[in-house]
Design a protein around this ligand. Structure first.
Ligand code: SF4
Length: 514
């Protein structure tokens, strides 16, 4: 039995039916459908590989911590939340990692602000922390450590920090500190209640371990950090590190050994793997894809920047070369990726993300976005795109520019989702965004335009790409039903609410879940 149990609630511990984007449903409240059905669509239970409850697939961050501790000689394992009761008497530490503990991150906080209802992921996490096995562990003196990209959210919930007797919150890339923290806790020595890993204390490539067991949907990290320096983003605070191809291949092989034969190449900007600054380079990208593709049946990119897509295609048709390689090697005929539009306003782009368009200028940003969307459309790359409303420096005419850009993107197959500004990165600490936001008429219009764009493409994307075939008939039917109900609701809003819309304050209101 592991003395260090690593776990998290169901919204994280799931493979989302093999479709990452379904996991995003957990960031919203269960609107129009009962919560159990909502969870069934987005967060099914994963298979477990033994009666200890070790999941076949687990979130990549948890796998990294597990690997680091195993490499250091500890008896640690990721355990599915439904099997925690088996470890109550033997566990000494419970480590919990999450990317959005309390739904203050994007896009959970947006859905929460807009609907006034607590997102499913928040409710699920609170239920997990109040569950019988976690309470029993606490009662027996098991020490609880939390961490992950959402560690900052504990500062917003100090009562729960205390109520749940969290010994330490680890904020930042934990590989360098977790062994020491765990060692001290097992020896009964004191540790700080909050450990922050700054940009200069992040692990080097050699200090990042190779996972020991599969990650959700075969996700494998290819680089950390991002050179663009957007003011609202915490990733930008971390230095850029490229994971060597050999290490990436080793992790893909770990997944494959357990039957996971797909890979999501994870990076904030896949096309910048091995890049010279913000200029993609053909050689490392082809080398990476050629090394990974023979091992998998399916490949996806986690994120790509729109500027890098344009540069890659203009210089040597690199997007064409990569998609030709991927489609001919795997038999897949489309590629999913997340991209950030953020704003259609060059004025605002200059303030909040001056290098997002680089090597182009911020003035060229709307054209760069449209060109990237056209390139992706032509190559069957389906972006899940986001844009952000409510930046502190935003003016109504900036939002009008965003609406104009959204109209230009209508011909291109994509999902476009609005997000409301959440203070992170160097803006962390400003309470302007996460606690409340003034919703202007222009914001409502931008959301309306994005809604109809996504609805226009949703059926095509579900039936011809993501959820085609009999295997996904139930999920497709349920999602189609949801889309139809959402369209009906939007028409009602357009008829009754938008004509007399007035500026309003939105704020997060937690129900008495605990
Ligand atoms: S390009 Fe994306 S990952 Fe990079 S700093 Fe900007 S928002 Fe963050």
């Amino acid at each position: 039995m592991p003395e260090i149990v690593i776990s998290v609630d169901r919204t994280m511990m799931s493979n989302h039916h093999g479709k990452e984007f379904l996991g995003f449903l957990a960031t919203g409240p269960s609107v129009l459908l009962p919560e159990w059905l909502w969870l069934k669509i987005c967060c099914p239970k994963p298979k477990v590989i033994d009666n200890l409850g070790r999941p076949l697939e687990a979130p990549y961050g948890l796998r990294k911590i597990e690997a680091k501790l195993i490499d250091a000689g500890f008896n640690a394992a990721v355990i599915d939340p439904d099997y925690l009761h088996k470890h109550v008497k033997t566990a000494k530490l419970l480590l919990i990692g999450h990317h959005d503990f309390f739904a203050f991150g994007p896009p959970s906080s947006e859905w929460w602000l807009i609907t006034g209802m607590e997102p499913v992921n928040r409710k699920s996490f609170i239920k997990f922390m109040e569950s019988h096995p976690v309470n029993e562990m606490r009662r027996r003196g098991v020490k609880i450590v939390v961490g992950g990209p959402a560690a900052w959210q504990w500062w917003w919930e100090p009562e729960l920090w205390e109520r749940w007797k969290i010994v330490t919150v680890i904020d930042g890339e934990a590989e360098k500190v977790v062994v020491d923290v765990v060692d001290k806790l097992l020896r009964g020595e004191p540790v700080p209640s909050y450990v922050y890993i700054g940009p200069h204390e992040v692990p080097s490539i050699d200090e990042i371990p190779i996972i020991k067991a599969p990650s959700v949907n075969g996700l494998v990290e290819i680089m950390r950090g991002c050179p663009r320096g957007c003011r609202f983003c915490s990733v930008t605070l971390r230095p850029l590190r490229f994971i060597p191809v050999e290490k990436i291949v080793e992790e893909v092989k770990v997944n494959k050994k357990f039957g996971i034969d797909h890979v999501i190449l994870h990076s904030e900007d896949v096309l910048l793997y091995g890049a010279e600054g913000v200029i993609p380079r053909e050689e490392p990208l082809l080398k990476l894809h050629k090394a990974v593709l023979p091992l998998v049946n399916d490949l996806a990119w986690a994120h790509a920047s729109l500027a890098a897509i344009v540069v890659a295609q203009r210089r040597g048709r690199l997007v064409t070369k990569l998609t030709d390689l991927i489609y001919s090697s795997t038999g897949q005929d489309y590629l999913g990726v997340e991209v950030g539009i953020e704003t259609g306003s060059p004025r605002l782009a200059k303030i909040i993300m001056p290098a997002k368009a680089a090597p182009f200028t911020a003035d060229e940003w709307p054209d760069v976005v449209e060109e990237a969307f056209a390139i992706m459309h032509e190559h069957n790359i389906i972006p899940a795109a986001t844009f952000i409303l409510g930046f502190p420096e935003e003016r109504p005419d900036d939002v009008v520019k965003t609406i104009e850009l959204l109209e230009r993107l209508r011909p291109y197959r994509s999902i476009i989702v609005p997000m409301l500004f959440v203070p992170m990165g160097v803006l962390k600490g400003s309470r302007a965004g996460v606690a409340r936001m003034k919703l202007l008429r222009e914001h409502a219009e931008a959301m309306r335009v994005a809604f109809w764009h996504t609805v226009k493409w949703a059926h095509d994307i579900m039936s011809r790409f993501y959820l085609r075939g009999t295997k996904h008939v139930l999920t497709r039917t349920l999602l189609s039903l949801f889309v139809r109900l959402a369209m009906k609701k939007m028409r009602e809003i357009e008829r009754k609410i938008l004509p007399q819309f007035e500026e309003r304050e939105l704020s997060l209101v937690a129900s008495k879940t605990v």
